[in-house]
Write a protein that binds this ligand. Structure first.
Ligand code: SAM
Length: 266
């Protein structure tokens, strides 16, 4: 079994509900504290999208898992919103929320917080309804394929990509991480935007029975990887995990946020 196959095997035990419970409730998602890592992530995404440059026809989230928070600012600027994940259990969890079915995860505090950031006085329920209507597809992907989205989306066809905690969490080593980044950037149009959030210096995380290995990366490594993938960094921010954010479900030391743009001539 090679490294990529071993990662794929480890994901067979991934439990979406345990993953949500580990990362997307307090203290990591505590909206009463601006210091919480979730508030930081949502502010980074909001501020980049509020600049007015990030817009177009379609936005694709790479490796959505069972989560939608990463799209709450970007989706406003695109007609078509596409969510993706490697695992069927995650795509099912997303559909459960999109179809408003019983037992869905509660993302309402996230909508409330982003509505507050946007400052338009919009009731969060309206934004939630618009988001549900705008997601047109939830499709499988594999970042280790040269066309990660297969026939669904050809290379050079996407205006904007969002991705959070996927590339480093599914690559067995730095070389595969680099290749996966290049595969993903391949679906972007020249000058397309990439909003990327990831873990710094993390070696594993838990999701129920699953213990997933992560390739540990530093800010310098992420910057170099983007350069090799012919992306221009527009903004790079980091967050250091505070003691309150260390909850025993991983060994992450910080988070990076990047707004990058694919070079015009690639
Ligand atoms: N984006 C979500 C978030 O912000 O919490 C989920 C990130 S989770 C750490 C990593 C995700 O990568 C999982 O949903 C997993 O199913 C997905 N994944 C695993 N192998 C993959 C592959 N080969 N290609 C794309 N995604 C993969």
């Amino acid at each position: 079994m090679n490294g990529v196959q071993a990662v794929a095997k480890s994901y067979q035990l991934f439990n979406p509900r345990a993953y949500l419970q580990n990362n997307y409730v307090p203290p990591r998602a505590d909206f009463s504290s601006e210091e919480s890592v979730m508030c930081w992530k949502l502010r980074c995404l909001h501020e980049a999208c509020a600049k007015g440059e990030i817009k177009g026809h379609n936005v694709v989230d790479i490796g959505s898992g069972p989560t939608i928070y990463q799209m709450l600012s970007a989706f406003e600027h695109f007609k078509e919103v596409i969510m993706t994940d490697y695992l069927e259990v995650n795509r099912e969890e997303l559909w459960k929320w999109l179809k408003n079915e019983p037992g869905k995860f509660d993302w309402s505090p996230y909508f409330e917080y982003v509505c507050k950031l946007e400052g338009k006085g919009e009731p969060w329920q309206n934004k939630e309804k618009r988001f549900r209507e705008q997601v047109t597809r939830v499709i499988p992907l594999d970042i280790h394929q040269s066309c990660p989205l297969g026939k669904e989306l050809a290379s050079g066809s996407v205006d904007c990509l969002v991705s959070s905690f996927c590339l480093e969490a599914c690559s067995p080593d730095l070389e595969t991480f680099q290749k996966a980044l290049e595969n993903v950037v391949g679906v972007l149009k020249p000058q397309g935007h990439f909003l990327w959030i990831g873990a710094l210096e993390e070696s594993y995380y838990l999701a129920g029975e699953a213990r997933l290995n992560v390739v540990p990366v530093t800010e310098e490594m992420v910057r170099a990887a983007l350069g090799k993938a012919k992306c221009i960094i527009r903004e790079f921010r980091t967050y250091s995990m505070t003691p309150a954010m260390k909850v025993g479900v991983d060994d992450v030391s910080g988070i990076f946020f990047v707004w990058a743009q694919k070079a015009a001539n690639k």
